[in-house]
Every structure is written in structure tokens, then in C-alpha cells.
Design a protein around this ligand. Structure first.
Ligand code: XMP
Length: 514
């Protein structure tokens, strides 16, 4: 396995995902994680990530001395390379201009990391992705400058004897064409890691661990229909079969026919014990007269906990609660002591279980990134469309019906959304957008339906492209496609006389409307 020390870069999780894609397990620790644990961790190599700070500023982060004392191979990326330079006797310089984007790197020496890699026939040269302000001006003693560009003298350095390397560019982003090859060189050839981290192995390993953890006890799981809890359900079912009970709460605010689909997939096909709670009446009652989005979120969340507790309380033998916590949630809550952790969306896991039940936690996805969870899902036999579905917010249609939530609105919205998604899939556009959905606007607009004047509701369509859901562009869906969806929604749904398309980016708008 590989240890990644995080200096706070946007790309750190991407480094970890790339290393895992090669088939090598790795973990991300904050750069100021207790350094006495480094040797004991047993990694075969260490990667120092990029970061937003400047090594030229006093008090900026440094790699713990234990990293260099470990005798392990080291790869410094961007800031990680710069701090290696400073700590090992080289030099860095702050630039007045940042370099961001494509660059060509000339390879000077055939070292173990870059030797033989090239994107060009005429000369050893790489197409890479740069994102930095500072750069290294002098490699430390014992190091060779292995690459350069016309903007920076030291684009990479190497000490093959110690197996220490630094690159200024970002091998983890796909714009660096040989990035994955470079990382593979490091983790497989230099560090000697075996590539055993595959979906099949992860499943086998987790099955053994879960069996060991829970023995003959009963486990309960809140199954939402989302990717994470679905994969947990499939995995636990395979591990402990009948000892698993899932509770699926149908809130009436889910996607069209979602409740039936969940039952079909899990209860019918996989033979998982699923308790379906039809709670739509309770949700619509609780939400009556409430229009403030945050209050709606609270009511929906609290009611879910109440209902889940009621059902869990009936399973007197349950000793364990399973949750779909994934690795980004874990990194997020661990964070760095200096508070440089990235801000990501908080997850809505089940909280507030009855104290008297005293349940232990089973979290088989704690070590996995979303893309790994998806691969596990496919390997476990879950339908591809379910596993690669767009994200759906915990409060569901409750925040997609603006203002007060009513059953009639939820039904119209779920149907409009289903038409939209069906057409997106049919047009091959679903996987090209990161998230797409319909929104119900509680305003009436005049239209002509047939020969009669209609005065009916408005549906807004939203589709965004994003990598991290923190920023997003609206998707430029073809006019002909939007035209077809609009016609279908107005023709097929009584009660809608107008369809509009949302062309707002995030920021300033959010992805959801509430
Ligand atoms: P926004 O609207 O903040 O959404 O741009 C970013 C991502 O988060 C999802 N989202 C939520 N997910 N509970 C959730 O579980 C919520 O209350 C919630 N609000 C927004 C949204 O769908 C998008 O993917």
C-alpha cells in the first residue's frame, strides 16, 4: 500500500483514485498527521501531494522528517516536490504569475520514473498539466534534474539511489497523457506494490471482515435506493444473507416508481429482506403549510429518523447498524489539524437511533471512493443504471417542489422528471450530464391546450455538468432534444402548460432550486 500525505490540494483525492485504479490500496493522511505512525503504517512508498501554500513563506507546511528517515520511495507532486526541494537542500522561487494548463516537458535523463515515456516521436517530451505559482530553481544535492520546460528550469528531479522523485506537473489529471503510466511506474516498479486492489478482491475481503465483525448477529440497514446504501445491501446480503434486514422508507418524494424498483431489485431479484414502509401520508401531512426550504429539510430528515427508529425497534435482535459511509466522508471528518480540509457536502446518514438498542456500526465502504463503490455494485450484480445514477438529494422531491409540498405536485413532478430522464437516456445524453432533473414551480401560466385556454403549472428542467458538484455549468442540451421533452411533458401531463430550461451556472445559482 501507498501513503499519500495531503498538503491540501484540490487534486489529492484524484491521486488516491488513480493509485487505486492501478490496483494498489492507498490512504490519504493530512501532512500534520502524527508522524510517529508513518513507519508503523507499513506503506511501500509515500506520495506528497500538491497544496495551495508557498514554500517561500515562513510557517508553510513541511513533510515530517520521518518521511525521509523511512528509507521508502517518495514521489513529490507540485507543492510536494517543492517542499522536498526546500527540505533536502535545493531551492524554490515564488513567481508573479501562476502557470495553469497544458505544457510540454522535455525529458533530459532516463531515470526510473520518466525514462522511456514520451508523447512525441521526435524527442522525449511529455504533454502535461500544470497548476502552480512557485517552482523549483535548484534540485537538492544528490538529485538530477530530469525534465525541464521553457518556463521552469526544474520540471522534475530524481535521486534513483534513494528512489526519491519530484514532478512539478500533475500526473493524476487525465490531461497529463502519461500520468497514469508515471504513477504506475512509481507504485508498481519503484515501490514494488502488487496490484491486488480489484473489485472482486475488495468484495471477498469485506465479506470476510463483515462476517468476522458481526458473527451470528442481526444487522439493519436504511436502504434509500441511492448508490451507497444499495451497494452495502448487496454486499451484506452476500456476506450474511438472512441476518440482514433493510428498511426502505417510501416518502412519497422519491423518483417515479422508485419504491417498486427498489423492491424489485432487492427483494424480488436478490432475495434481500426489505421492509417497505409506505410513509407518503405522514410526509405530506408533516409538510402541510411549510414552505421554507430548510424547515422542509429538517422535517423530512427528522421524520425519516423517527420512522427508521420505529422499524429498527421492532427488530429486537438487531445488534448492528450498517451505513453507506464512503472514504471522502471519512477524510472529510478526519481533516487536517490545521483545518485545511476541503469543504464537501455533508452526508445524510441515519442518525439518532434509540439509545437502548446500542447498535454497533458496520461500514463496509469506509475505505472506498464513489467510483470504486460503483465498480463493486456492478460486480455484485446490481443493475448498471442503478449504480451509475445521478445523485438524488436526501429530501428528494421535497426540495424540488418550490414552497409548499403537496401530493398532487409530487405526482406531476415525478412524472415530468421520469419523461425527462427517459428521453435523456434515449438520446445518449444521460451519462454526459452529471445531474439532471425536473423542478416544480408553483406558479400558474396561461397556455392553449387543444382549443381551450389553460392556466396551469410550470416545470423547469435542469441539467448540469460538474466534477465535484461545488461548481457547475449548465449543460448545453440540443434544442431538438429540449423541444421533444417539452412537448412530451405538456402533452402527457394534465396540469402543466409550460416548460422552461434553467441556464444558470453554479455559482451563483446552486444545482438544486432550494
Ligand atoms: P446544490 O444545490 O447545493 O447541490 O448546488 C449540490 C449537490 O448536493 C445535492 N443536495 C443535497 N443532497 N441533501 C442531500 O443529500 C440535501 O439537502 C441536498 N441539497 C442538495 C444536490 O442534489 C447536488 O448533487
Amino acid at each position: 500500500k501507498i501513503l499519500i500525505l495531503d498538503f491540501g490540494a484540490q487534486y489529492t483525492q484524484l491521486i488516491a483514485r488513480r493509485v487505486r485504479e492501478i490496483g494498489v490500496y492507498c490512504e490519504i493522511w493530512a501532512w500534520d498527521h502524527d508522524p510517529s505512525e508513518i513507519a508503523a503504517y507499513g506503506a511501500k512508498g509515500i506520495i506528497l501531494s500538491g497544496g495551495p501554500e508557498s514554500t517561500t513563506e515562513t510557517g508553510s507546511p513541511r513533510a515530517p522528517q520521518e518521511v525521509f528517515d523511512s528509507g521508502l520511495p517518495i514521489l513529490g507532486i507540485c507543492y510536494g516536490m517543492q517542499t522536498m526541494a526546500v527540505q533536502l537542500g535545493g531551492a524554490t522561487e515564488a513567481a508573479d504569475q501562476r502557470e495553469f494548463g497544458h505544457a510540454e516537458v522535455d525529458l533530459l535523463v532516463e531515470d526510473a520514473l520518466l525514462g522511456g515515456l514520451s508523447d512525441h516521436d521526435d524527442a522525449p517530451r511529455l504533454d502535461v498539466w500544470m497548476s502552480h505559482g512557485d517552482h523549483v530553481t535548484a534540485a537538492p544535492p544528490g538529485f538530477t534534474v530530469t525534465a525541464t520546460t521553457d518556463r521552469i528550469p526544474v520540471a522534475a528531479f530524481a535521486n534513483d539511489d534513494k528512489r526519491w522523485y519530484g514532478v512539478q506537473f500533475h500526473p493524476e489529471v487525465t490531461h497529463t497523457k502519461q500520468g497514469q503510466a508515471l504513477l504506475r511506474r512509481f507504485v508498481v516498479d519503484v515501490c514494488g506494490c502488487a496490484t491486488l486492489w480489484t473489485a472482486a478482491n475488495i468484495i471477498d475481503d469485506q465479506i470476510a471482515r463483515v462476517r468476522e465483525q458481526v458473527g451470528d448477529d442481526e444487522v439493519i440497514l436504511g436502504l434509500s435506493g441511492g448508490v451507497d446504501s444499495s451497494v452495502v445491501a448487496a454486499l451484506l446480503h452476500k456476506a450474511i444473507g438472512d441476518q440482514l434486514t433493510c428498511v426502505f422508507v417510501d416518502t412519497g418524494l422519491l423518483r417515479w416508481k422508485e419504491g417498486d424498483q427498489v423492491m424489485d431489485t432487492f427483494a424480488e431479484h436478490l432475495g434481500v429482506r426489505v421492509i417497505r414502509v409506505n410513509a407518503a401520508d405522514r410526509y405530506f401531512n408533516a409538510l402541510e403549510g411549510v414552505s421554507d426550504p430548510e424547515r422542509k429539510r429538517k422535517i423530512i430528515g427528522n421524520l425519516f429518523v423517527d420512522i427508521f427508529d420505529e422499524e429498527a425497534g421492532k427488530r429486537a435482535n438487531a445488534r448492528w447498524l450498517a451505513q453507506g459511509t464512503i472514504y471522502p466522508d471519512v477524510i472529510e471528518s478526519a481533516g487536517s489539524k490545521t483545518g485545511k480540509a476541503h469543504v464537501i457536502k455533508s452526508h445524510h446518514n441515519v442518525g439518532g437511533l434509540p439509545e437502548h438498542m446500542n447498535l454497533g456500526l458496520v461500514e463496509p465502504l469506509r475505505e472506498l471512493f464513489k467510483d470504486e463503490v460503483r465498480r463493486l455494485g456492478v460486480q455484485l450484480g446490481l443493475p448498471r443504471e442503478m449504480v451509475y445514477r445521478h445523485p438524488f438529494p436526501g429530501p428528494g422531491l421535497g426540495v424540488r417542489i418550490l414552497g409548499e409540498v403537496k401530493r398532487e405536485f409530487a405526482e406531476l413532478l415525478a412524472k415530468a422528471d421520469a419523461i425527462y430522464i427517459e428521453e435523456l437516456r434515449a438520446a445518449g445524453l444521460y451519462d454526459k450530464t452529471s445531474q439532471a432533473f425536473a423542478v416544480f414551480l408553483p406558479v400558474k401560466s396561461v397556455g392553449v391546450v387543444g382549443d381551450a385556454r389553460a392556466y396551469e403549472w410550470v416545470i423547469a428542467l435542469r441539467a448540469v455538468e460538474t466534477i465535484d458538484f461545488m461548481t457547475a455549468h449548465w449543460a448545453h442540451l440540443p434544442y431538438a432534444f429540449l423541444d421533444k421533452v417539452s412537448r412530451r411533458i405538456i402533452n402527457e401531463l394534465r396540469g402543466v402548460s409550460r416548460v422552461v430550461y434553467d441556464i444558470s451556472g453554479k455559482p451563483p445559482a446552486t444545482i438544486e432550486w432550494e
